[in-house]
Design a protein around this ligand. Structure first.
Ligand code: ZN
Length: 287
């Protein structure tokens, strides 16, 4: 039997577990939150084929990203903070979510991506460990590692030689096309317009795409993703591109700068230019 609280007693204690000295009641807010959380995996699994769950997912996301959130110190928020903290340490929170408004994606695609980030897509690991509808959690492609979202997005050896390379080249292609625009160079007509030519050149600039560069000294990395030579300013920019899982973003950036640095030094001597290394590292931000 729950005894009546004393007038003006601290109401927060009502909702603290009894074993910690509280009354063990559930607040209305907490109950609503729990209901929302429990319906999310279902909405995620249905969002790709049904508009209503897709709308629910997007509405839930909009609530998470309401404008006031920009003012929140994520370091003090244990739930969302666990996800937002790593982003704010290496990148910009608003730019990270820019794809939601400017990515030109359908509602269903946004929901699918969000479901993957939240790791609620029905992978075999989830079906085995959470839904208990399968016995074997192993990946349906390599048949070896547990099929998690991390494994599918960056760890499966069956996808390493094709899908991951294609993803990398898509990102590199966007950078390449922007550079062509900047220097007035010809470019593939559309995003899927084939592999760029190895050397693209006019009077102002030269862009090298995934080209082996002969050096005087022995360096480990001789083949940057993109090299831009600005002829007028005697400047060369080495651009490395990677799309890793979020927890290794900082390491990936550091390694990319280090491995291209030696090549940059050699290029400075041989080509009589100043060099800069720019890493373009895009995380997958799984929550
Ligand atoms: Zn696999």
């Amino acid at each position: 039997m729950l005894e009546a609280p004393k007038p003006k007693s601290d109401t927060t204690k009502l909702y603290i577990d009894r074993k910690y000295g509280g009354r063990g009641l559930k607040s209305v807010q907490q109950t609503v939150k729990e209901e929302e959380q429990s319906i999310k995996p279902y909405a995620a699994s249905m969002a790709t084929s049904d508009k209503l769950p897709a709308d629910f997912q997007l509405a839930a996301l909009t609530m998470e990203l309401r404008p006031d959130d920009e003012e929140i110190d994520w370091h003090t928020k244990p739930l969302h903070g666990a996800y937002h903290r790593p982003i704010s340490e290496v990148g910009d929170l608003c730019q990270t979510y820019m794809w939601l408004n400017r990515g030109n994606l359908t509602t269903n695609k946004k929901s699918l991506i969000r479901a993957a980030q939240q790791q609620v897509l029905p992978t075999r690991q989830l079906q085995t460990k959470v839904y208990h509808t399968r016995d074997n959690p192993r990946c349906r492609l390599c048949k070896y590692a547990p099929e998690t979202i991390q494994h599918i997005t960056s760890g499966c050896e069956q996808l390493a030689g094709n899908a991951y390379t294609e993803r990398h080249n898509h990102v590199a292609g966007v950078v390449y096309r922007s550079l062509c625009d900047e220097y007035g160079l010809n470019k593939p007509q559309h995003r899927g317009g084939g592999t760029p030519c190895k050397v693209n050149e006019n009077d102002h600039a030269k862009i090298l795409w995934d080209l082996y560069i002969r050096t005087d000294k022995h360096v480990l990395a001789n083949q940057p993703d993109i090299v831009v030579v600005d002829k007028e300013n005697r400047k060369a920019t080495l651009i490395g591109i990677a799309v890793p899982n979020d927890h290794i973003i900082a390491r990936e950036e550091k390694e990319m700068v280090e491995k291209n640095h030696l090549l940059g030094e050699d290029i400075e001597k041989c080509w009589d230019v100043r060099t800069t290394v720019i890493p373009v590292v895009i995380g997958l931000w799984l929550q």
